[in-house]
Design a protein around this ligand. Sequence first.
Ligand code: WQD
Length: 351
Amino acid sequence: MKKILVTGGCGYIGSHTIVDLIENGFEPICVDDNSRSTPALLNGIEKITGKKIKNYKVDLTVFDDTHAIFQENPDIEGIIHFAAYKAVGESVEKPLLYFENNLSSLINILRCAKEFDVPYFIFSSSCTVYGNPDEVPVTETTPPKPAASPYGYTKQMGEQIVNEVSKKIPTRFILLRYFNPVGAHPSTDIGELPMGKPENLVPAITQTAIGKLPQLKVYGDDYPTRDGSCVRDYIHVCDIAHAHILALQYLIDNKNKNKCEVFNLGTGNGITVLEVIKAFEKVSGVKLNYVIGPRREGDMVAIYADNTLARQALGWKINFSLDDMMSTAWKWELKLKEDETLHNNQNAKMN
Ligand code: WQD
């Protein structure tokens, strides 16, 4: 079995990708310092797959500790690099923390990929690299605008670093640009565990619906869109996860045409905030308590993906609908209410 190092494997997309790797015959190794995640999700992975996953609790900004993982596992054949801080608002308040953490960890991992001659590398990127696009849907060649936050800049810079390094080492790279990952694994054994008050829309909806938050605030309904609220491309986390396995196989099968290729991971459907709320109310049967508030600084008006390249080159398919995204997100929130360990872990992270 090919050994794949998954950085940030205790996180939202990382944990779902580990499940998919196991189910597709790979041997994932997890490294996560748990500063923004909890190892509790590894229990959920074991429940789904029957596999106990070891986590290296390592801060990837420390080169020697990162290097030690590769010394212990010189047969690592692939790296999927999720580990990064990703709270847009926090990145505006603490830019240095974001540049140091997100870029130093990437540089250390790339140094090890070079030293240990790791053949395949997948970098977790984001639609934030497009900034506020002039037109939608965006394709992989849509010229990037200035990022809306230091977080977005770490993704733009990360892509440039990977691109330049790919020209000088044998490793072959794929950059995956996620749009808005939402929902949870159908088993409800793993899902999103936001720390503190959720920044993102869907956990804010489910926490309002379950009573953890008093009311959802919709950040503006006076945008030039069909109902005045912002448009995004919401995509189920399991569809995102599976794209990583397809990207890995694409590299293993030598199908890549360049040393570093980029793919958009979105459904191609632009959905407004108010439409997400309606879809949630429909599948959950819960009338959501929300109010229209002022716009949120840094929000793009509308962005959604042209996903032709990922569908054609990787053979990627969208398996989950908006209703599936809402129903799995809601089932996961209900599970969190029941499952003390996950619940306590989430609260512990909040304080
Ligand atoms: C979506 C829409 C808000 C919360 C994020 C990350 C980005 C990328 C994709 C990782 C916006 C509105 C939200 C709320 C609201 N992730 N909203 N009330 O900002 O599109 O992007 O996910 O790479 O890095 O920033 O996602 O869920 O925060 O917002 O009205 O309480 O929901 O204004 O229009 P965003 P989001």
